[in-house]
Write a protein of this length. Structure first.
Length: 273
DNA sequence: AGCCAGGGTCTGC
DNA sequence: GCAGACCATGGC
């Protein structure tokens, strides 16, 4: 990958396995919109992304190379060799999913943002999840510029009541959001443990939060802690397991089950029935 | 109109 | 330990 900084933009060339449209719209993250045939706009944390793809080059507008290196490079997991991982998949369904949705990467989100987002995701559909998160940021996040708002801090949310959160129209999830914010702001959830401790211990710690069960915990581990072996099982992945892998997951997924899961999830969700 | 959604909790066996 | 009711809301 070549990185150049020109006119307050960062331009990437020779990037392998990166489709930002797929990556940012495959159920990992909920704050990005395709704004034209070749550009995308959104916010992660408190950083605005304005990305255009031209002739295989990726242009990060209004971005310094320092911002790119410290934020977007880890965010898009550019330090990981997806080509090599995909090449190691010798399962026919997984190969098909990777071929059809080539360029999906696992994004590394802020842990609190992932936690809050996936609490909101429970028993919910993606269009509505996006709406709730948009209202969350507009009502309680700091304005960055234009219509872009930062994801609200856990401290800010922890100081609110369920009634305050009713503007979100998130229903029963409001109390879960508050508990997650309180446990994050008070450091009762220790990021060090979630990222580095034995994964079973990290799971248990996350599930002490009200409204966090196995699925949400797994999503936080995968998208908010960089644990690429975490394996979130929602209704779609459940279908995949029942229909394609009744005797268990193939060996080639070992260690990177979360990455495999992302391709399979998006593939299965885009097939009727 | 009714089923479903990137689920989890609580209760009752 | 496991099934089943229930949870708010709105997309389709």
């Amino acid at each position: 990958m070549k990185i150049k900084e020109i006119n307050n933009s960062v331009i990437l060339e020779d990037v392998k396995c990166f489709d930002p449209f797929l990556t940012l719209d495959c159920g990992q993250t909920f704050r990005f919109k395709k704004t034209s045939e070749n550009s995308i706009h959104g916010v992660a944390g408190n950083k605005v992304l304005d990305l255009t793809v031209e002739n295989g080059k990726f242009i990060f507008h209004n971005t310094t190379s320092e911002d790119f290196n410290s934020f977007w490079f880890p965010y898009f997991d550019f330090g990981r060799d997806y080509e090599n991982i995909i090449a190691s998949f010798d399962d026919k369904y997984l190969k098909k999913a990777c071929e059809q949705y080539y360029g999906i990467r696992i994004v590394k989100q802020d842990m609190w943002e992932a936690l809050c987002s996936f609490i909101i995701s429970q028993n919910n559909n993606i269009p509505r999840i996006k709406g709730i998160i948009e209202r969350l940021c507009e009502n309680f996040g700091e304005k960055i510029s234009g219509n872009d708002y930062a994801f609200p801090t856990p401290e800010k949310i922890a100081g609110l009541t369920e009634k305050d959160l009713s503007v979100l129209r998130a229903g029963f999830r409001n109390k879960y959001i508050l508990d997650a914010a309180e446990k994050t702001a008070s450091k009762k959830i220790n990021p060090e443990i979630i990222e580095n401790a034995d994964i079973e211990e990290a799971r248990r710690a996350l599930m002490e939060i009200k409204g966090v069960g196995p699925k949400v915990a797994e999503c936080v581990l995968l998208y908010g802690a960089g644990r690429v072996d975490a394996f979130p099982v929602d209704v779609w992945v459940k279908r995949i397991c029942a229909e394609l892998y009744p005797d268990g997951l193939p060996e080639c997924m070992k260690g990177v089950r979360g990455i495999a899961q992302q391709y399979l999830f998006h593939w299965r969700r885009n097939i009727d029935q």
